[in-house]
Design a protein around this ligand. Structure first.
Ligand code: SAM
Length: 219
């Protein structure tokens, strides 16, 4: 999912809000933040799961933030020292380096069975992107997951789901999501959008969008 975002969503994700469900290590959220999303919220089950995401995202975002600050500072120094012709070349490079703020990458507990965020989280959605990597392996939670998606989406939201076909009923999620009463539209993406190593393996990737006009009373 992280590589997919980098290759196909990079230009659009800048300045957008992202919610990750079942974040695990938080890697996907870290990459969304690195790509310039304005606000990223990585979520997982309360307790140890969230603490693990918190640890990973915090340690990485703080380090990356300070490295980025240093890189921008170095470029500015070089630009000051350069001649006017190299100066314009350096400036072009400088424009691509955006400052990153670790506070734009947040972590919160979010259980799909009771999908609400703590009040301390200032932005409660709807999000521009919802990212779901490897979270379809529990069919008993598919309805709760779909409700969670609906809760944090509007008609501008794009949901990306990546899953490994383990024979655990992963695809049944899309049977539920595709029912007209849910209002969701499922678009399966070609496997060629995946990193080469995943194309060889039984992975699937899909995009979902919500058509508000068609949305029924319950998801
Ligand atoms: C297989 S891991 C995937 C982790 C990560 N997204 C990845 O791709 O590496 C599934 C994640 O879903 C989380 N999860 C399972 N049930 C959940 C629920 N009811 N609510 C929220 N998260 C849940 C787990 O804690 C776990 O982090």
């Amino acid at each position: 999912m992280a590589k997919f975002l980098e290759s196909y969503v990079k230009s659009d994700i800048k300045g957008k809000t992202c919610l990750e469900l079942g974040a695990g290590t938080g890697l996907v959220s870290i990459v969304a933040w690195l790509l310039g999303a304005s606000r990223v919220l990585a979520t997982d089950l309360p307790g140890l799961h969230t603490e693990h995401v918190q640890y990973n995202t915090s340690i990485n975002s703080k380090r990356i933030e300070s490295e980025r600050k240093q890189a921008i500072h170095d470029q500015e120094e070089q630009a000051t020292m350069a001649t006017s012709s190299t100066n314009s070349r350096t400036r072009r490079k400088r424009d691509n380096l955006q400052e990153l703020h670790s506070q734009d990458l947040e972590v919160a507990p979010l259980d799909w069975s009771t999908p609400s965020l703590p009040e301390s989280i200032r932005f409660q959605g709807p999000f521009s992107y919802i990212l779901c990597s490897e979270i379809l392996y529990l069919p008993q939670l598919h309805r709760a997951l779909l409700k969670t998606l609906t809760r944090f989406s509007d008609h501008n939201t794009v949901v990306f789901l990546l899953w490994k076909q383990r024979g655990l009923g992963e695809e049944r999620f899309f049977e539920i999501a595709s029912r007209p009463s849910t209002g969701w539209k499922v678009h399966y993406l070609d496997k060629s959008v995946l990193d080469a190593e995943f194309q060889e393996q039984p992975y699937g990737i899909a995009k979902m969008t919500l058509d508000v006009a068609e949305r029924g009373p319950c998801a």
